[in-house]
Design a protein around this ligand. Structure first.
Ligand code: UAG
Ligand code: ATP
Length: 500
């Protein structure tokens, strides 16, 4: 049936073969699945065809090279030139995700994708809709939470997720779309009702040759086969490029004091931060036509207000009335969202304030440090490390920005992966020295000791920002995911210091 539908070449009998799911990896396999073998960085997926058969796969779809590898695996083989290119459409067909599709929102950008998606989900719930979420931190199917491995799942997993959402009565879904997802065709077979661009700054230059290539990867979300209409944030200068090069209709939003004066002047929507407290940020969102809304989001920093406003404009673009959104938010005192590991406060009433954050780029450090400083009467202490085996070119700038914005710096380890953690720390120490302002600096490994060092130095009125680990519950050390929670470590360090 599938082979006839798509007119595909095949080997071996497909009589009686019924495909009920699609998967790329034997680890995710369910009986009845079509196993798709793609060439990976380490191996060809087709070399796992025998395992896939044992696990209940009913057929293999792969390229000509994969078909050679899997000749003796005992599965019927469907052959296509580029299995990854076929994956989205095929998965959409198997999981019937085109039928009664929910409202789909897709957000891309270097920073703020997860936050915008959570805030969007929260507002949709406050509007009374059953919602879904696909983010780096978690995936949600209504009230159920599913663990995330990638920011954006592979197309087969994405369509399977949407099928489960349909069964659960989900009406609207917020999806975080990474540049890697666009480059690797993970959102094929989806057309978002509204897409959004948050910002672009230095990150992922291990995956992309330069910022231009990284930008072009993100821009792909603003194509008619990916999104119907878009909202572009002008706070980073790359926003104007998205507007100029988008191939779908877009509207714009800019934050006073952060976008250029000309961009604030020309934007269709303007965000003005009215009040920043340790518990919430209040802002006004005003449309060019005079429509306006004042509300609060439960996170610190102007950038989180910008993310919340972006989410609201996405909803307006999807057809929701601004007045209705305002009324739903007013009824509950603002946006009711909990974002795991995004400047999450883990300290109690007494002692220093401790925030754990997922920021891992210079821009994220700068904004989060500024937000923490805003409420700190004492000293700002920053604890951070850098990812091993990921873009090493951003390390100096991360450390310089961290040094510039803090009074005390504790440089430690993050996910070393296969790199030597001591050499990553040495690079960070070099970067910190490039700052004009030189904080008191310590090098402490491992992170369990680093957070304890920071807590031992902190006094009432001081704040500690631990940037990097966010919501994550493991550290990747030489390819092994060791269970580990920064939020739990920070709480333990505070308890041990008598600040419980
Ligand atoms: C570097 C990279 O992109 N790797 C992706 C790639 O893995 P790979 O090429 O290393 O795969 P491989 O180990 O050679 O295996 C080849 C194939 O055999 C399959 N296999 C492999 C072993 C086995 O026992 N059984 C099996 O079936 C694999 O599922 C794969 O399809 O193919 C896998 C499945 O198709 C992906 O899950 C995997 O993403 C990894 C986990 C990853 O970290 N990707 C990063 C770059 C990424 O996409 N990041 C963005 C981040 C964004 C952000 O920070 O904003 C994201 O969206 O998450
Ligand atoms: N609009 C923004 N501008 C700049 N920095 C931001 C913005 N929003 C969030 N950040 C910073 O980036 C960190 C990560 O935020 P978030 O998880 O929402 O981004 P993301 O784009 O999903 O990142 P990732 O792709 O790595 O998951 C935050 O904790 C904060 O430090």
């Amino acid at each position: 049936m599938l082979v006839q539908e798509f007119g595909l070449e095949h080997r071996g009998s497909l009589d009686g073969v019924e495909v009920t799911g699609v998967t790329l990896g034997t680890g995710d396999l369910h009986p009845g699945d079509l196993f798709v073998g793609i060439q990976g960085a380490n191996s060809h997926g087709a070399s796992y065809a025998e395992q896939a058969k044992e696990g209940g796969a009913v057929a293999l779809l792969t390229d000509a090279a994969g078909a050679e590898i899997a000749t003796d695996a005992g599965l019927p083989i469907v052959i296509v030139d580029d299995p990854r290119a076929a994956l989205g459409e095929l998965s959409a067909w198997v999981y019937r995700t085109g039928e009664s599709a929910p409202l789909l929102f897709g957000t891309t950008g270097t920073n703020g994708k997860t936050s915008t998606s959570y805030l969007l989900e929260a507002i949709l719930r406050q509007l009374g809709l059953v919602t879904g979420l696909s983010s780096t931190a978690e995936r949600h199917i209504g009230d159920m939470t599913v663990v995330s491995r990638l920011t954006t799942p592979e197309a087969s997993e994405m369509h399977a997720l949407l099928a489960r959402m349909r069964e659960a009565g989900v009406r609207a879904v917020a999806v975080e779309v990474s540049a890697q997802a666009l480059s690797r065709r993970r959102v094929d077979g989806l057309v978002f009702d509204v897409v959004a661009f948050t910002n672009l700054s230095h990150d992922h230059l291990d995956d992309y040759a330069d910022m231009e290539e990284y930008f072009q990867a993100k821009l792909a979300l603003f194509e008619p086969d990916r999104g119907k209409r878009g909202v572009v944030c002008l706070d980073s200068s790359w926003g104007a490029r998205v507007v100029a090069e988008s191939r779908i209709p877009v509207t714009t939003i800019a934050t006073i004091g952060h976008a250029s004066a000309e961009d604030v002047e020309s934007a269709a929507w303007v965000v003005e931060v009215l009040e920043e407290t340790a518990a919430y940020t209040e802002f006004r969102l005003t449309g060019r036509d005079g429509r306006s809304l004042v509300t609060r989001e439960p996170l610190i920093g102007w950038h989180m207000a910008a993310n919340a406003a972006l989410a609201i404009v996405m909803l307006v673009e999807a057809g929701f009335e601004l007045e209705a959104i305002g009324a739903a938010l007013d009824a509950e005192g603002g946006i009711q969202a909990y974002l795991p590991g995004r400047t999450e406060r883990v300290s109690g009433e007494r002692g220093p304030s401790v925030y754990v954050d997922f920021g891992h780029s210079p821009d994220a450090f700068e904004n989060t440090l500024a937000a923490v400083r805003h409420f700190t009467s004492g000293r700002t202490i920053m604890v951070f490390g850098a990812d091993g085996d990921r873009d090493a070119t951003k390390r100096h700038e991360m450390a310089r920005v961290a040094a510039e914005g803090s009074d005390i710096l504790v440089i430690t380890d993050h996910h070393p992966r296969f790199e030597d953690p001591a050499s990553i720390r040495a690079t960070l120490l070099e970067g910190a020295k490039l700052a004009e302002h030189q904080p008191e600096t310590y090098e402490v490994s491992p992170p369990e000791a680093a957070i304890r060092k920071a807590v031992s130095l902190a006094k009432e009125g001081d704040s500690i920002l631990w940037a990097g680990p966010g919501h994550q519950d493991y550290r990747d050390i030489r390819g092994v995911r060791t269970p580990y929670s920064a939020r739990e470590e920070a709480r333990a360090a505070l308890r041990e210091a008598g600040w419980a």
